[in-house]
Write a protein that binds this ligand. Structure first.
Ligand SMILES: Cc1ncc(COP(=O)(O)O)c(C=O)c1O
Length: 436
């Protein structure tokens, strides 16, 4: 979907200046937009009297400057690797604002998670609880812990990216559920929350309302069976954004989710005498629409199909190549004036990797006939799960990151340099003599 009018109004007239100064390609993030999207989540839930917070999914856009905005919003962080834990600690995130939702967890990851005052430790599997108790005896008592639940047939994932819950590698099954909590309690855990996340990019509010109902039913079960009062329910991320343009591709109604959540949590409190906090781990919803990739058309290549080759590629934004999904594209003159109106024809926008899927258009896209080499190509919804998912195949160098503020544009991440790719080869040689 095209970026908001507000973002466009502040960005497009300045694009010539920005690209003259910083060059292309560039990921450009909108500070105001991120604050607005983050605040809309807070308003939706807090206005219903809920004790709510979002733990921003660091993987969505791990640039420290972006993460610092989450601190301004009062958000916590959802981390799933050692690097992510270190990033958020480095910018001052406190232990109760860090949720470690890993899977296939190594001992090194557990070690990092409980270091520096710890974090909220989310267990993805029964075997991981056992592993933790074995290797870190006595440590559960001092931690806030959590169990990730996979409801299997009781819910869907609502999309193809995550697959049905039963196919997923995440979370304890319905049968294992109480056993996981019993294990943690026996291991000395005092505070154990509840976590569920089985969807991605879902724009149906009823879907999340159902998730909340399932979560509260499980919280009730824990109270009745184990006399355990979960301090929080974390329904994960997956709040979707519209990628396709047009009215049919509606936005997620977070206010409706908030309204129902308020009612459901109040009814729960009346019945069970306590009210858990409500957490989400939204990444895409907060930053996704508030970033664009601006690249330049460097070639027009006419084959059986026409390709506009840009100075970027799937290493900057791999979602269309990985999942075949749509990202809206606008063509602007080098001066930053949109080329809309006029005749259109179908063409691809592609990068220069020796990889067929290195294109921002899984299917040929209607583009203005007037599109020229030298024009700017703006790829929308570049604020989440894009650059961070890219790679270095073919020795391609990922592009810089810029921050759009009211009066300034700041570079918050330089483009990769060749030496960044070669740094691992400078290691001290280590040799094994193979025994016969
Ligand atoms: C555990 C967990 N939490 C949160 C997220 C963030 O999802 P989104 O950015 O779609 O909200 C993900 C995404 O993969 C995830 O795996």
């Amino acid at each position: 979907m095209p970026i908001s009018r507000e973002f466009q109004r502040r960005l497009y007239p300045k694009l010539k200046q920005i690209t003259d100064w910083f060059g292309t390609a560039a990921h450009i993030y909108d500070f105001n937009g991120i604050i607005r999207s983050g605040s809309s989540l807070v308003n939706a839930f807090c206005s219903q009297g809920l004790s709510y917070n979002n733990f921003y999914a660091v993987k969505a856009c791990p640039n420290p400057a972006i993460l610092k905005i989450m601190l301004i919003l009062g958000f916590g962080f959802d981390c799933s690797s050692i690097d992510e834990l270190r990033r958020v600690r480095a910018i001052g995130a406190t232990p109760n604002k860090i949720m470690f939702t890993s899977n296939n967890t190594s001992l090194a990851e557990f070690r990092e998670a409980i270091a520096h005052g710890g974090c909220i430790l989310n267990f993805d599997d029964i075997s991981l609880i056992k592993k933790f108790i074995k290797h870190f005896p006595g440590r559960l008592a001092g931690l806030i812990t959590c169990v990730r639940y996979n409801p299997g047939k009781l819910h869907t994932s609502g999309g193809h990216v995550f697959g049905s819950p039963e196919e997923q590698k995440y979370g304890v099954t319905d049968k294992q559920f109480l056993g996981a909590y019993r294990l943690l309690l026996r291991g000395g855990a005092k505070s154990i929350g509840f976590h569920i996340m089985i969807c991605s990019n879902n724009r149906c509010s009823s879907y999340f309302i159902k998730t909340i109902k399932i979560a509260l039913a499980k919280a009730a079960l824990l109270k009745l069976e184990l006399d355990l009062e979960v301090p929080f329910i974390n329904i994960g991320g997956g709040f979707g954004i519209p990628y396709l343009p047009g009215k049919k591709c509606r936005e997620l109604d977070v206010d409706r989710i908030g309204w129902f959540a308020g009612k459901l949590f109040a009814a729960f409190r009346d019945k069970y005498g306590f009210e858990p906090k409500l957490f989400t781990e939204c990444g895409r919803y907060v930053t996704g629409p508030n970033g664009v990739l601006v690249c330049r058309i460097i070639n027009r290549l006419v084959k059986y199909k026409t390709f506009f080759g840009v100075d970027s590629g799937m290493y900057d934004l791999p979602r269309p190549a990985f999942y075949g999904v749509y990202h809206h594209i606008s063509i602007l003159t080098p001066q930053g004036n949109p080329r809309h109106g006029g005749r259109k024809f179908r063409a691809h926008v592609s990068g220069s990797l020796c990889e067929s899927w290195d294109r921002f258009t899984p299917k040929p896209r209607l583009l203005p006939v007037s599109t020229k080499v030298g024009d700017l190509c703006v790829v929308h919804e570049d604020g989440a799960h894009t650059l961070a998912m890219g790679g270095t195949y073919n020795g391609r160098l990922q592009s810089q990151e810029l921050f759009l503020l009211d009066k300034f544009v700041i570079r918050i991440g330089r483009a990769k340099r060749p030496k960044d790719l070669h740094i691992t080869y400078g290691c001290k040689p280590k040799t094994l003599r193979i025994r016969n």
